[in-house]
Design a protein around this ligand. Structure first.
Ligand SMILES: Cc1cc2nc3c(=O)[nH]c(=O)nc-3n(C[C@H](O)[C@H](O)[C@H](O)COP(=O)(O)OP(=O)(O)OC[C@H]3O[C@@H](n4cnc5c(N)ncnc54)[C@H](O)[C@@H]3O)c2cc1C
Length: 497
């Protein structure tokens, strides 16, 4: 029988829920994860981690664990047949890592266990009630129904999120208009379909992706059943495949069959009272670009440290509004980019010239970097606390060894030019000890400034403006304002004994 009270209850142990739980426990918050399924699924949806995820994992010293698991590739598929040149991105990881989503989840679950996260599998959240003091969650568990009490509830429970629906958060967007069937299969004759796109005589096509010991086949389903949740049977898959190819390709073994559509929706609010939405619960999009796992990790890394500070009573709830502001905007871009790719890939001959043009831009010197950074989220820029044009404001800090150890433990970092920073800045920061670690960096490493505040998710929260206001007092005041904005009020001074 689990404890009846936890600081944060996380519904769902997918990439979003596991990442968020790790971040919360790392920051000292009691966290319980409820997972509906008793065991991990026997199929695998995604097969990659992109540069943005690796950059984020780098801030916890975890990127190497994931990089040890698979090959890295300098390009990835884009709008059907074109390639996206990832090597042109400004990141420590200018490639895509080939790694099964199931393995990503295993590694995250291992990390969660190391940190002491409690994961209750076979526990489904069925509803909740919020009152002035917290939330009571209704759960069905293997031994019968349960009631759990928590201060905060994170809905990481996928695209059909129970949490989102029970919170009454609208999910506007576009319904699915096109459907595709996906089959992870072993072909009787492995040479029967080449890798990539095979066109049939009647305008249909099949996309073949190599997997270890099998292939993933994806083909349009022009006549989906009325009930889109109707299971895809082997006979139905074979029928649609044969029609697309205009010939029979024999399937020897079926591993997983499913149907997916191109619906695109973004939750109206990522926060309602004590409820927060993360990952697919907050946004669904066509699988073009292979970014869903990455967006889930990105949301969770943005929310984790903020929710931890608020749950511990250190920062005001206002900080959680920045989660909505930052990640709702990122969600809107995610929908735009994946919808554009899905439309272009599906539209046949009519849009072939647009695909050609975009394919050229995605590999040309001068534009390739921008396109790749946009599609992968590497160039994500959040509104800064005190925007004044320093190129680092709101962006992830360049990963060139500047960022010291504190971020690895989930805290923030104040980087000071050891020769140029006024002593008042260091003195002011002492009141945030435990939340922020002050680190001196060699003189001249911080271009055009003497101090940079790095949030726990690696984004630059503030850059000091040399010359703005005169003297040590102004410098101390500026850093105090930035620290309070991101990390809550300073610790009270100890009472003299
Ligand atoms: C065919 C396909 C291919 C894809 N390929 C890629 C790819 O190559 N790369 C990529 O990055 N993304 C890919 N995606 C998208 C990716 O799989 C999702 O975006 C990602 O899994 C979202 O993570 P999440 O943690 O938000 O949600 P999920 O992974 O859906 O996790 C939600 C979890 O919550 C649990 N849950 C649900 N309801 C409850 C409840 N009431 N109580 C408790 N637990 C509950 C579920 O069992 C599940 O474990 C693909 C998606 C599809 C459909």
């Amino acid at each position: 029988m689990p404890d009846a009270h936890t600081d944060v209850l996380v519904a769902g142990a997918g990439p979003a829920g596991l990442t968020l739980a790790c971040e919360l426990v790392l920051a000292g918050v009691r966290t319980t994860v409820l997972e509906r399924d008793p065991a991990p699924p026997g199929f695998c949806r995604g097969f990659n981690l992109n540069a943005r995820s690796l950059d984020l994992l780098e801030h916890r010293g975890l990127a190497d664990r994931f990089l040890a698991e698979g090959p890295t590739l300098p390009a990835t598929a884009f709008v059907g047949t074109a390639a996206l040149d990832l090597a042109a991105m400004r990141t420590r990881h200018p490639y895509v890592l080939g790694i099964a989503q199931t393995r990503v989840e295993e590694l995250l679950a291992e990390r969660a266990e190391e940190l002491g996260v409690r994961i209750l599998r076979g526990h489904r959240l069925t509803g909740f009630r919020e009152d002035g003091e917290g939330i009571t969650a209704d759960v069905t568990a293997p031994d019968g129904p349960l009631r759990l009490r928590c201060d905060w509830l994170a809905g990481c429970d996928g695209g059909r999120s129970t949490v989102r629906k029970a919170a009454g958060i609208a999910f506007p967007g576009t319904p699915a208009r096109r459907f595709a069937l996906l089959g992870d299969v072993v072909l009787a004759d492995p040479g029967a379909l080449p890798l990539g796109t095979t066109a049939g005589p009647g305008g249909g096509s099949v996309f073949t992706i190599p997997r270890p010991g099998y292939v993933r086949l994806v083909t349009a389903e022009p006549d989906p059943p009325e009930d889109r949740d109707e299971p895809v049977t082997p006979d139905r898959f074979q029928e649609v495949l044969d029609r697309a190819l205009g010939r029979r390709v024999e399937i020897a073994e079926v591993r997983w069959l499913t149907r997916f559509g191109d619906a695109a929706r973004l939750a109206e609010r990522l926060r309602a009272g004590r409820v927060l939405l993360v990952g697919d619960a907050a946004h669904i999009h066509p699988p073009a670009g292979a970014v869903g796992v990455n967006a889930a990790i990105d949301d969770a890394m943005n929310l984790g440290w903020k929710l931890a500070l608020v749950a511990r009573g250190l920062a005001p709830e206002r900080l959680l509004e920045s989660y909505h502001t930052e990640r709702h905007a990122a969600g809107a871009r995610l929908l735009r980019d994946t919808r554009a790719q899905a439309l272009l890939a599906a539209e046949g001959e009519r849009l072939a010239p647009v695909r050609d043009l975009l394919g050229e831009l995605a590999t040309a010197e001068g534009t390739a970097g921008h396109v790749a950074e946009t599609i992968t989220g590497v160039n994500t820029r959040y509104p800064a606390h005190d925007e004044h044009g320093h190129p680092w404001e709101g962006r992830m800090i360049p990963g060139d060894g500047l960022l010291p150890a504190p971020a690895r433990t989930g805290g923030g970092a104040l980087l000071l030019d050891e020769a140029a920073a006024p002593a008042a800045v260091r003195e002011a920061a002492a009141s945030w000890n435990g939340r922020v670690t002050v680190t001196a960096v060699p003189s001249g490493r911080l271009p055009g400034t003497y101090a940079v505040l790095v949030r726990p998710d690696g984004h630059v929260g503030w850059v000091a403006r040399p010359g703005a206001g005169a003297g040590a007092e102004a410098a101390g005041g500026a850093v105090r304002s930035a620290l309070e904005w991101w990390f809550g009020p300073p610790a009270p001074l100890p009472v003299a004994g």
